[in-house]
Write a protein that binds this ligand. Structure first.
Ligand SMILES: NC(=O)c1ccc[n+]([C@@H]2O[C@H](COP(=O)([O-])OP(=O)(O)OC[C@H]3O[C@@H](n4cnc5c(N)ncnc54)[C@H](O)[C@@H]3O)[C@@H](O)[C@H]2O)c1
Length: 339
C-alpha cells in the first residue's frame, strides 16, 4: 500500500475548515495529523468533527512534529511569510493560502527560505484548477482563438467580509483582486507590463473607514500587446459573480457563471433559472479539491507544483502597481523581475 502524505494545517477559519474536510474525506492519499489555531476552540471543533488526534494553539509545535511531511497555511495573511520561513526551516512542504505576504520584500524572503530548504511551495491560487478556467487556458495555449487581444475578468462577491477581516486582509487589491491578477497572467501565459486602477468605496462606508475600497476596475496592458480589464465588487445582490472572456484574432472564449442546476423556466413573461452559487466555497469546490490533490501528488512524486512562489510574487507586484496607480491617478508599471 502507498504511504499516505501526512499533513498539519494552521488556521482553522473559513478556508482552513474547508481544506481540512477535503483532506479528511475526499483525498485518500492524505492524512491530516494535526491542526493549529490560536483560538483553541476553533481548532478543537475541527479536530473533534474530523477526529484529528493533535491540536496545538502554538503552530511551532506542529511544525516541529517529525511525523508531518507538509503544512497547509490558512491563518490570516499577515502571518503567512513567517510561517512559510519557519516551515521551510523544519523541512516541511508548504501549501500557503494567498497571498504569501502583504509586502513584496517579505514575500521574496519567504521564497528565498523555501529555495534554500529545498521544500515545495504551492500558492493557493485555486482558480487555476477550476475545470472551465483551466480549459480556457488550454484552448488559448493551443491557439484556438489565435492571438489573444482582450481579456475581461469579472469577480464580484455576494457580500463584504467582516470589517475585522478587511482590516487584516491587505485591502481589495491584495486580498481579492490578487486572484484575478493571477488569472490574467495564467490565461495568456504572459506578464502584465503596466496597469491603471480605479477604485472607490461604493458598497459599505465602514470599508472606507477601515482604509479600503470595495469597488475597482483595473485596466491591463500585457507585454505581448494584449489588453485586459478586471472588475471587482464586494457586493453583488444576485450572488457570487465569476466570469471571464478572452477575445482573440480567431475567436472568443466565454466562461459564464455556475448555477446549482441548468434548469431554465420559460413562460409567457420571462425566462428564468437558479440564482448563482453562493460564494467561493461552493463555486470553487472542485478547484479546491484539485489544488489539494496536486499538492499531495507533488509531495508523493517529488514534482514541482504548477502554481509556484513566483506566481505569488508576480501577482503581489501587480497588486502593488494597482495601489500605486490608484494613489497617483496614472498608469503604473509592473515590476516583472522575478526576485
Ligand atoms: N483561496 C481562496 O479563495 C481564499 C478564500 C478565503 C480566504 N483565503 C485566504 O486564507 C487565509 C485565511 O482566511 P479565512 O477567510 O479562512 O480567515 P478566518 O479569519 O476565517 O480564519 C483565520 C484563522 O486563523 C487563526 N489564526 C490567527 N492567527 C493564527 C496563528 N498565528 N496561528 C494559527 N492560527 C491563527 C484565526 O484564529 C482564525 O481561526 C487568508 O490569507 C485569506 O487570504 C483564501
Amino acid at each position: 500500500m502507498v504511504k499516505k502524505v501526512r499533513l498539519g494545517l494552521i488556521g482553522t477559519g473559513r478556508i482552513g475548515r474547508m481544506h481540512a474536510r477535503n483532506l479528511k474525506y475526499r483525498i485518500p492519499g492524505a492524512e491530516l495529523v494535526a491542526v493549529s489555531d490560536i483560538m483553541e476552540e476553533a481548532a478543537g471543533n475541527v479536530a473533534h468533527e474530523l477526529a484529528i488526534p493533535v491540536v496545538e494553539t502554538d503552530y511551532h509545535k506542529l511544525l516541529q512534529r517529525e511525523d508531518i511531511d507538509g503544512v497547509v497555511i490558512c491563518s490570516p495573511t499577515g502571518t503567512h511569510a513567517q510561517i512559510v520561513q519557519e516551515a521551510a526551516a523544519e523541512g516541511k512542504h508548504i501549501l500557503c493560502e494567498k497571498p504569501i505576504a502583504l509586502e513584496i520584500d517579505r514575500t521574496e524572503k519567504a521564497l528565498a527560505a523555501v529555495e534554500e530548504a529545498g521544500v515545495k511551495l504551492q500558492v493557493g491560487f485555486n482558480r487555476r484548477f477550476d475545470p472551465s478556467f483551466k480549459k480556457a487556458q488550454q484552448l488559448i495555449k493551443n491557439g484556438e482563438i489565435g492571438i489573444p487581444h482582450i481579456v475581461r475578468i469579472t469577480s464580484r462577491d455576494p457580500g463584504p467580509p467582516p470589517i475585522s477581516y478587511v482590516k487584516s486582509s491587505g485591502g481589495l487589491f491584495l486580498d481579492m483582486m490578487i486572484h484575478d491578477f493571477d488569472m490574467a497572467r495564467f490565461l495568456l501565459s504572459d506578464e502584465v507590463s503596466e496597469l491603471m486602477a480605479y477604485g472607490d468605496c461604493l458598497v459599505d462606508p465602514a470599508i472606507g473607514e477601515a482604509g479600503d475600497i470595495d469597488t475597482a476596475i483595473v485596466v491591463l496592458k500585457y507585454k505581448n500587446g494584449a489588453m485586459g480589464a478586471i472588475d471587482n465588487s464586494r457586493k453583488a445582490v444576485y450572488g457570487y459573480d465569476q466570469r471571464i472572456e478572452i477575445h482573440g484574432s480567431k475567436g472568443t472564449i466565454i466562461v459564464g457563471n455556475k448555477t446549482p442546476t441548468e434548469v431554465r423556466l420559460h413562460t409567457e413573461d420571462a425566462i428564468s433559472g437558479d440564482v448563482l452559487l453562493n460564494f467561493f466555497i461552493e463555486r470553487y469546490d472542485d478547484s479546491f479539491l484539485a489544488e489539494m490533490g496536486e499538492f499531495i501528488e507533488c509531495i508523493r512524486n517529488d514534482k514541482d507544483p504548477s502554481v509556484s512562489g513566483i506566481d505569488g510574487l508576480m501577482s503581489l507586484k501587480m497588486a502593488y502597481a494597482a495601489l500605486k496607480s490608484l494613489k497617483t491617478g496614472s498608469f503604473a508599471c509592473v515590476d516583472s523581475s522575478r526576485s
